[in-house]
Design a protein around this ligand. Structure first.
Ligand code: GCO
Ligand code: MG
Length: 426
């Protein structure tokens, strides 16, 4: 019991660098005491705003800020139906803000509240992408020069759209249809490169271009650098099983999102056939899809997006569950995790003994200005500041200078299609 209560809960929307970010601010009965939490679901931000303002705010005003566990549990079931991305993001914004407040009241960083640091700093991985392997190699070398040792590599598939590399995303000529893919495949196989072909994804050309990329990176950068790759759930599962076996020779640090969450059970097949380290989790929201992956040791790295499961409170419990099964943490850390969310990731990165790696989408200039206290990254690691709470703030006046822009299709995630026009999970 702290006798400090929740006075108000506000949502701050800002996109300093063209990524829509959602921050929850809890103001308390102590005039200068407030907390910040990340509730960023960049494809559905206004749904999260409604979930916070219309439902959690009236439910929570007046509650004691000390009772994070009780607030989390009661909020989680206050909607009766639960475990979805919108309500979990709303809950995360509140939860992370309460951990921020608790740290400020205790005069301790959140990682100390959780039991202190198990490491000096959290190793991060960064993204190297390019239209072809040589460009990816060059970007990787630049990043290695900057002190990064873990690098996610993604390249284009000539003639098709591929996740993780903008150059290849274009629009498909609808009237071409399947005939188009025959032509594309024939020209692709003849090595003819395309400039910005349609937003069409074909599994086999992607797999060939990815294997070619790993071959190039290993033959030019050697085994020293740790390379990671994100399949982004796009290929038919049985091709994923084969791909995991084919990449074993390249000693990836991990292969990510080999399957869609709906195909979780295919991980069992991969486990029985190869030792490629597997990472999965950014698309998970519910304990029902997460727990089997851990208890059956189907993956090596748990990559949930912390605000998608409801914040630090479930995050710390998931980290502990993973430790019992030797699954390491690798919290999702893209550009659509706000710096507040990265600070929350970092608190668990520093505290959890079974930390694996932290994804880090390099903070852009304006984002750093809007969020004073962005976690420091140097020598390939993210460092705790030692400041109380999450150690980060938001300049609301500056944030207001970057309101959400109008977006085509409401800001929906890419619609990716096969050459025959059928939809691909993106
Ligand atoms: C990653 C992710 C992201 C997601 C994005 C969705 O590994 O960082 O795959 O790139 O696609 O966060 O909004
Ligand atoms: Mg991913």
């Amino acid at each position: 019991m702290s006798n400090v209560t929740i006075r108000d809960i506000r949502v701050i929307l800002t996109e300093p660098d063209n990524i829509r970010l959602v921050i929850v601010k809890i103001e308390t009965s102590e005039p200068d005491l407030y907390g910040l939490g990340c509730a960023t679901f960049t494809q559905r931000p206004s749904a999260v705003v409604a979930a916070v303002e219309d439902y959690l705010r009236p439910f929570l005003i007046g509650k004691d800020v000390a009772d994070i566990e009780d607030i989390w549990q009661s909020s989680y079931v206050s909607s009766y139906w639960r475990n979805g991305p919108v309500l979990n993001n709303a809950l995360s914004g509140v939860d992370q803000a309460l951990w921020d407040i608790k740290g400020k009241m205790a005069g301790m960083p959140v990682y100390d509240l959780l039991g202190g640091k198990a490491r000096d700093a959290a190793a991060v991985y960064v993204h190297a992408s390019g239209p072809e392997p040589l460009a990816v190699e060059e970007r990787a070398r630049e990043l290695m020069e900057q002190g990064f040792h873990y690098i996610r590599v993604q390249t284009s598939t000539p003639g098709f759209a591929t996740y993780g590399n903008r150059e290849s995303d274009g629009k498909r000529d609808p009237q071409d249809g399947p005939r188009w893919v025959t032509k594309r495949l024939r020209d692709y196989d003849s090595g003819k490169l395309y400039a910005h072909p349609g937003g069409v994804f074909e599994p086999k050309p992607y797999i060939r271009s990815a294997l070619n990329l790993f071959e190039h990176i290993r033959s030019t950068l050697g085994e020293k650098v740790e390379i990671l790759h994100d399949v982004h759930e796009r290929i038919p599962p049985i091709l994923g099983v084969k791909f995991a076996k084919d990449v074993e020779q390249f000693n990836l640090f991990f292969l990510e999102d080999l399957f869609a969450p709906e195909d979780n059970d295919y991980f069992r097949m991969v486990r029985q056939q190869c030792a490629t380290p597997l990472a999965m989790g950014e698309l998970y929201n519910s304990p029902h899809e997460i727990i089997p992956m851990v208890k059956d040791r189907l993956i090596d790295f748990m990559r949930v997006h912390m605000s998608q499961i409801g914040g630090i409170t479930p995050g710390k419990k998931l980290a502990a569950l993973c430790e019992a099964f030797s699954v390491r943490t690798a919290w999702h850390g893209p550009g659509d995790t706000s710096p507040v969310g990265h600070a929350a990731n970092l608190a668990l990165d520093l505290n959890a003994w079974n930390f694996g790696i932290q994804e880090y989408a390099i903070f852009r200039e304006r984002t750093q200005e809007v969020f004073p206290g962005c976690p420091e990254v140097r020598d390939g690691h993210m460092w705790g500041s030692g400041k109380p709470g999450l150690g980060i703030d938001i300049d609301e006046e500056l944030a207001a200078k970057f309101p959400f822009k109008e977006r085509e299709f409401g800001g929906a995630w890419d619609t990716v299609r096969r050459a025959d026009g059928s939809m691909v999970k993106p």
